[in-house]
Ligand binder design. Sequence first.
Ligand code: NAP
Ligand code: SF4
Length: 674
Amino acid sequence: MTEYPHLLAPLDLGFTTLRNRVLMGSMHTGLEERGDWNRVAEFYAARARGGVGLMVTGGMAPNREGGVFPGAAGLFSDQDIANHRGVTDRVHDAGGRIAMQILHAGRYAYGPDCVAPSAVKSPISPFVPNALDEAGIEKQIGDIVTAAVRARAAGYDGVEVMGSEGYFLNQFLVTHTNRRTDRWGGSYENRMRLPIEVVRRVRAAVGDDFILIYRLSMIDLVPDGSTWEEVVRLAREIEKAGATILNTGIGWHEARVPTIATSVPRRAFAWVTRKLMGEVGVPVIASNRINSPEVAEGVLAEGCADMVSMARPFLADPDFVRKAAEGRADEIAPCIACNQACLDHTFSGKISTCLVNPRACYETELVIAPAGVAKTVAVVGAGPAGLSAALTAAERGHRVTLFDKAGALGGQLNMAKKVPGKEEFRGLVDWFATMVARAGIDLRLGCEAGVKDLKDFDEVIVATGVVPRDPGIPGQDAPNVISYVDLLAGGARAGRRVAVVGAGGIGFDVAEYLVTGASPAEDLAAWKAEWGVSDPERDRGGLASGGPHTEPALREVTLLQRKAEKPGKRLGKTTGWIHRAALKMKGVKMLSGVNYERITPEGLEISFGEARENPALIAADTIVLCAGQLPQRGLADGLAAEGIAAHVIGGAEKAAELDAKRAIEQGTRLAAKL
Ligand code: NAP
Ligand code: SF4
């Protein structure tokens, strides 16, 4: 008897049956644009082997003007169809099913040729779109239909028509982006004409035995968004027009409400999808922040949806479904919703991968094969770099001993997990602990390995991490000064007024820790209030008419940096704005371009600019130092002095711009070659 009876139940679509209720949601990997089709095929085949019920590809452009960026992939030629055929064949051979997403970006397309219902620029694009005329609209419909027909020719089991997230079809639905006065604008009947027409014509062109998913925006989270009545009306019409499944879209890309970041509570929007249950006859899929079989099972068991969509969790672990089905859910590598290696990469033009699983999208290149010769391997430091190296080495058949002077594994991850909104790090540390135990690694916690403990190993990996940088501020040895380590790991307490020295990732985390009481990430009602999310049945688009309401800050915090740039500028590309907005809502003051003059019992004395002008006192009871880090190289230097060869990785090698993504990747890649 499985623990996940709802999740693993087949789904009968009439003409075909899916093996379970798990959809791998659409993700842009960046692989198609690079033309390495073997790599694309292996990415999807690995997930098919892992047991997922149905996958949706990254968005494929129906034409050049609708591509998310210039050169976005699509099925434009016979060669494209042949390339995609290679992917679908491999997926089918692996027992999987795959649908191709057709994504017309409309005014979100990054280029001067972008088209939309009206010439209304989006706040997240520099381009004013070209308003389509009647012939232009007809062309877009025709191109979307052609893309669907080609998808069928390429062997796909279906298509997903992207109608949410503020993309092209969504732009027709709301008056904010659709100012037309012809039959495609004005009344809601006119505004929903295009999505319905697209689905009707796609269905007519592909035949009845082809999956047609329509992704429908159920809560727009933008001003003047759809009402719930409009959402239900559209859903019914889309069903009538021939959709097989309705998938949930949450929030337009320009929404100022986080929808998938790690600080968003798990299954935060399942209640929205649940409202549609019973309103339509076709299966409905819930989406967003569903990242474990328990959460997914709960969503289904409570009747919030017929199927669940998880996207990033399949980057973190392609075998998610198989492990759940085999009673090994604790071995599923958890997606911590950080966006650091997936969406942040996409928006930087890099191939997507995963912080937790650097093999994602690198399946053909980063291969973990059994070692030719089993060696004894010592790994010193059980932070993310050391843990990844140890696990990969053990997986390959080496005999691994893992040392850490701390009493628990996880290194800096143990500090991250204390920060409100970063609770997902707890699951990551637990997963590492489970995997270390299962891999038979000899774990020596509370053990500071010295040079002589290491000399008999075949390979030595030094992953001793970092030490906080000493900013050398006069007066910093006083009792009112603590470091972030004292605060997050040592149990030190901060007073009511706090100055935080350093506005990097850790400075922001510390500020969040200092101002937040109970974490809204663990309390859906509080989180919705904080970001002003309401029921779309009450407030159009689901934006609370009273605006956001945040709990008062626990402390008065000032966050400082020496650079003259905007604090938080270098935080994650897709998540930095959330951290900045969250601290702003809590009244955290941010100062740039400062010099730290001295610390006194009254607080932190600063001045501004090269001329050290405008001296000021930041009155504070506590000053927390978050001034970056330096490599912890003591052991590495000791080994070198004794002539013992060692691999130095993670923060011990280079502290600048260290994060768990780099640490895990470096540990994995090193051990893959030992
Ligand atoms: P960081 O991001 O490099 O920031 C260090 C801060 O210290 C900067 O604000 C820097 O700004 C300041 N600083 C540097 N030298 C200083 C000195 N001598 N005196 C005073 N201030 C000094 O490092 P971190 O905050 O320690 O974070 C470590 C790593 O973890 C980073 O790579 C970070 O990206 C990562 N991390 C990421 C996140 C995330 O949200 N993605 C969260 C936590 C940590 P000025 O030089 O302008 O003063
Ligand atoms: Fe999830 Fe982060 Fe991996 Fe993206 S990089 S899939 S958000 S764990």
